[in-house]
Design a binder for this molecule. Structure first.
Ligand code: FAD
Length: 371
């Protein structure tokens, strides 16, 4: 075999796995179709270190998020990656929403996450410019510089002897004795193949195609592109908020509501919204016509916000296995021996909280290999 382990996809999860495994195995390859890491979902998100509040008890999302946030904070401290454990408020802006945030507190508590219920005057002490009848305070939520996190994973992978191949797209996977033959198309439009004992599919938005390429046909692993757009609050109003502020989440957790995210540079974003795309096309186009909807939604808890204070910013696409209207789905992380694909590890539907969970996911994948 040319490689012991091949990881497909250099997003934050593929990179975290590559770092973890290159310390333990010889000949670890990480293959990425773009010329650099993190060109897709990993650089088009809110960059929030989530606490693990909303996810169903016992789900991988809950377990890996709660474990992952601690690992991520520790990692940031160790490698001097910029982060800010700024905390987050989930606000109730009507009497009905007070009941909803009480329910959120219970779900969070089942996941081992303690939230503090705050009265109106207590919220005003923390964030004097927002409106809330009551709010839940999440002290373990924070923000991170995702680019520098990925850069550190890349550096550590290379330092441990892992090999990263950029500009090469996986176009074929064939099961052979004791492993897989992988075909790549490089940036000069040349095809070449190599063999690998273990293959890890961490291909994000196209992880369903990679799984199918290997021979696994399962409708439950079909990815549905779900776009999220952001608007930005222009200065000087961005300086009126210094923490994350969230409304109550959507039904079925398709999204967690148009929220306010501060970033490491002091900027403030609104979003993301939730729009399922009709087909799986990479559509990052912004919709300025959404300005009114964003403004109205945010104004419920940001009363100082005028229509012209916001402008379109960027979009990302969630790799969801959950179809529109369906209940929340969990991460799918499995070693596929039971389907006859020994040594093939699938990661599908790695939407939020995938960034928060990345190191915990890498540890989880490491254990699947030990088996
Ligand atoms: C709008 C939005 C907001 C979010 N906010 C947060 C947040 O605040 N906190 C949080 O924890 N999570 C958040 N997430 C989720 C988080 O961004 C993802 O879980 C995470 O980035 C997924 O990382 P990944 O490595 O699986 O995927 P990706 O970053 O998509 O990486 C997959 C890689 O695979 C490569 N690839 C695909 N096919 C091939 C192929 N055939 N050959 C070679 N390479 C291939 C791609 O080019 C890509 O680089 C958010 C997501 C979105 C969309």
């Amino acid at each position: 075999m040319d490689a012991e382990i091949t990881i497909i996809g250099a997003g934050v999860i593929g990179l975290a796995i590559a770092e973890k495994l290159s310390g333990d195995f010889k000949n670890v390859f990480l293959i990425e179709k773009h010329p650099a890491f993190g060109q897709e979902t990993s650089s088009r998100n809110s960059e929030v270190i989530h606490a693990g509040i909303y996810y169903p008890e016992g789900s991988l999302k809950a377990l890996l998020c709660v474990e992952g946030k601690t690992l991520l904070y520790d990692y940031c401290k160790k490698y001097e990656i910029p982060f800010n454990n700024c905390g987050k408020l989930i606000v109730a802006t009507s009497p009905e929403e007070i009941g909803i945030i009480e329910g959120i507190r219970e779900t969070a508590s089942k996941n081992g996450v303690d939230l503090i219920m705050m009265e109106r005057h207590e919220v005003a002490e923390l964030e004097p410019n927002i409106f809330a009848l009551k709010a839940l305070w999440s002290p373990t939520t924070g923000i991170i510089d995702t680019h520098l996190l990925m850069k550190r994973f890349e550096t550590n992978t290379l330092n441990c002897g892992g090999q990263i191949v950029y500009g090469s797209e996986v176009t074929g996977i064939r099961q052979i004795d004791n492993g897989y033959e992988i075909t790549l198309l490089d940036s000069d439009k040349n095809y070449y193949s190599f063999t690998s004992e273990i293959v890890i599919n961490s291909a994000g938005l196209t992880s369903d195609s990679i799984s199918e390429m290997a021979g696994i046909k399962d409708e439950r692993l079909r990815i549905h592109f779900c776009k999220g757009e952001y608007f930005r609050i222009a200065p000087p109003k961005n300086r009126l908020i210094s923490r994350l502020v969230y409304p109550v989440p959507h039904k079925n957790m398709e999204g967690i509501g148009i929220h306010v995210t501060v970033d490491m540079g002091g900027g403030v974003k609104l979003g993301p919204d939730v729009t399922y795309l009709d087909s799986n096309v990479y559509d990052y186009k912004l919709t300025p016509a959404k300005q009114d909807a964003f403004w109205r939604s945010a104004r419920k808890f940001l009363p100082f916000l005028e229509y012209d204070d916001i402008f379109p910013d960027m979009a990302g696409i969630r790799p969801k296995t959950q179809k529109p209207g369906e209940p929340i789905r969990d991460f799918y992380i499995a070693e596929e021996s039971a389907r006859g694909f020994e040594g093939f590890i699938n990661l599908v539907g790695m939407e939020s909280p995938g960034l928060t969970s990345c190191i915990a996911i890498a540890n989880y994948v490491r254990k699947l290999i030990r088996k």
